[in-house]
Design a protein around this ligand. Structure first.
Ligand code: ZN
Length: 76
């Protein structure tokens, strides 16, 4: 599986909001279909990302369900 990229700007870095605290964000990259959180982040702090998890682009204003990133990749 290819790396996920933002469908708008092509950025490979995303973040999700913490389900318990909307002001807390967790950045990650998606390489080869694997979600890679910042190594500085402890495993317990990283939220579980599911297909419907709202995901935000690190660079632009795009956001949507995480599964959409994978669908965009398939469409090529
Ligand atoms: Zn973007």
């Amino acid at each position: 599986m290819a790396d996920a990229k933002c469908p708008v700007c092509g950025c490979g870095r995303f973040y999700v909001k913490d389900p318990d605290d909307e002001f807390e964000c967790h950045e990650f990259e998606c390489r080869g279909g694997e979600i890679c959180f910042d190594p500085a982040l402890s495993d317990t702090a990283a939220p579980e990302i599911q297909a419907q998890t709202e995901t935000f682009c690190h660079k632009c204003a795009w956001h949507g369900a995480f599964e959409r990133l994978m669908q965009e990749e398939d469409a090529k």
